[in-house]
Design a protein around this ligand. Structure first.
Ligand SMILES: *Cc1c(COP(=O)(O)O)cnc(C)c1O
Length: 462
């Protein structure tokens, strides 16, 4: 299995190489050259399997010869052993035909743990074998950073630097990043928005001298291995509701488009998915693009669902690549236009996108009202991201096809917003109950590429 770049100009890589690299050297994102499929019998046979067993069968065809079957099973078992729910991704009913997929039972209480815990184990295995070191640099709107730090803290061959927008993550998110005491963990609070953090990380990857000197590796949601890990719960949840014998739809609270793109991969692998609904908060660039074809960033307005406060949605590039019939040059052109202010998707490509995706937007008031209403009607306490998706799902549901809405974070990660909306204070689970007493360690940094590179070079001893 070879991996190719969405911009068509980077060397083809193996699974392991694509995983260790993250971003392709032509600025593009890696995708498998062809998508393996599961037939109806393979999908039906997932019924009743453990999450780990399903994960093995779904991901194995993408792995190539990087690991033996037993090694890969061992990696998966370690990755999900720290989850607080035996089902890993349990499905709950909200209303007739409407289901909530709880993806927040991992160690940092957000769906990012599904991918990051797996990636931590994959990196550890691979680096032990090669004797190499890597330096992970990531940008976060809150949840990626905490999940990455949790997955890589204390690992021998890895330094992990996380850039987050100073003052723009929730207190729980911040403390999850600043309280680990391991010396290979570096939390950096940067002046600016998430998009600024993400842009500086991209700049570092495009500075090849720096990239090679420190052994830069990326674990942001552009990393193919993360997308792949997220494909699994689309299958397990759909099979619970009767796939492959009936179709289901999904609504996904969306920022960087990684999670919902995993749904597109599941569909291309043969899972009968009817609609994939992109749910956005007031930062609705994806909803506008799918409605009008115009993709034009116009500034982020901070919301109570901060993990979706994004205007440059990196993984959307992968969806565009398929919508443009895998034309790397066309994608490269769009990304050049984006750097100059925005682009317009061609009519053919827009039609291709709309064959799979619908979209909707949820305002701040609607988000709060949804949290309060669902708590009264079902006892479920949604986090603001899940609430955005539930609201959009309610609007877009069609009768006859079950709707699965992804609940991407635990309400206790966003206690202030949840309590204001519902009157209920969501307590932290027991393993994190002392989070507010632990001491914090963080470095304040400016939005300045040269200064960031110097800091990372010094701290890694390169
Ligand atoms: C990251 C995140 C999202 C957005 O997921 P993308 O893959 O970036 O679209 C939604 N909700 C929560 C809680 C998140 O942490």
């Amino acid at each position: 299995m070879k991996y190719i770049s969405t911009r068509g100009q980077a060397p083809h890589l193996s699974f392991e190489e694509a995983m260790l690299t993250g971003l392709a050297r032509d600025g593009g994102l890696y995708l498998p050259e062809t998508i393996p499929t599961l037939d109806k019998a393979d999908i039906a046979a997932l019924e009743g399997a453990t999450y780990e067993e399903a994960a093995f069968r779904i991901m194995w065809p993408f792995i190539g010869d990087a690991f033996t079957e037993d090694e890969f099973r061992g990696i998966i078992a370690c990755a999900y052993s720290g989850f607080a729910h035996d089902a890993r991704a349990p499905l709950k009913q909200l209303a007739p035909g409407h289901f909530l997929l709880e993806l927040f039972h991992g160690p940092t209480l957000a769906f990012k743990d599904f991918a990051m815990q797996l990636i931590g184990q994959l990196f550890e295995f691979s680096l032990k074998r090669s004797g190499k070191r890597v330096c992970i640099v990531g940008a976060t709107s809150g949840d990626t950073g905490s999940a990455a730090i949790e997955a890589f803290r204390g690992l021998e061959a890895v330094d992990v630097f996380i850039l987050y927008p100073h003052g723009r993550v929730s207190e729980v998110q911040r403390r999850q990043m600043t309280t680990p005491s391991e010396s290979n963990v570096h939390a950096l609070a940067m002046t600016g928005h998430f998009d600024d953090c993400q842009a500086r990380v991209k700049d570092m990857f495009n500075d090849f001298a720096f990239r090679d000197a420190v052994g830069l590796a990326g674990v942001n949601s552009i990393n193919w291995a993360r997308v792949l890990a997220q494909v699994v719960y689309y299958f397990t949840s759909a099979v619970s509701l009767g796939a492959p014998h009936r179709s289901v739809s999904f609504t996904v609270p969306t920022g960087n488009f990684g999670d919902i793109f995993a749904g597109l991969i599941a569909k291309r692998m043969g899972l009968p998915i009817d609609r994939l609904v992109v749910a956005t908060n007031q930062n609705d660039i994806l909803h506008r693009c799918l409605s009008t074809s115009e993709y034009k960033p116009d500034g982020v307005s901070p919301s109570i669902s901060p993990s979706m406060d994004i205007q440059v949605s990196s993984n959307f590039e992968r969806a565009l690549y398929y919508a443009y019939d895998q034309d790397g040059a066309a994608v490269d052109q769009l990304m050049t236009e984006l750097n100059a202010g925005g682009f317009s998707v061609s009519q053919g490509a827009l039609q291709a996108l709309r064959e799979n995706f619908d979209s909707g937007r949820c305002s701040e008031d609607e988000t709060r009202a949804t949290i309060g209403r669902l708590n009264k009607s079902t006892g479920e306490l949604l986090c603001p991201h899940g609430a955005v998706a539930v609201k959009v799902a309610e609007e877009q549901r069609t009768s006859g096809t079950p709707m699965i809405t992804l609940a991407t974070a635990h309400p206790a990660k966003f206690p202030a917003a949840v309590e204001e909306a519902s009157g209920v204070h969501p307590p932290l689970p027991p393993h994190m109950a002392d989070l507010y007493e632990r001491s914090e360690r963080v470095t304040r940094v400016e939005n300045d590429l040269a200064a960031l590179e110097t800091l990372i070079t010094e701290r890694t001893g390169n």
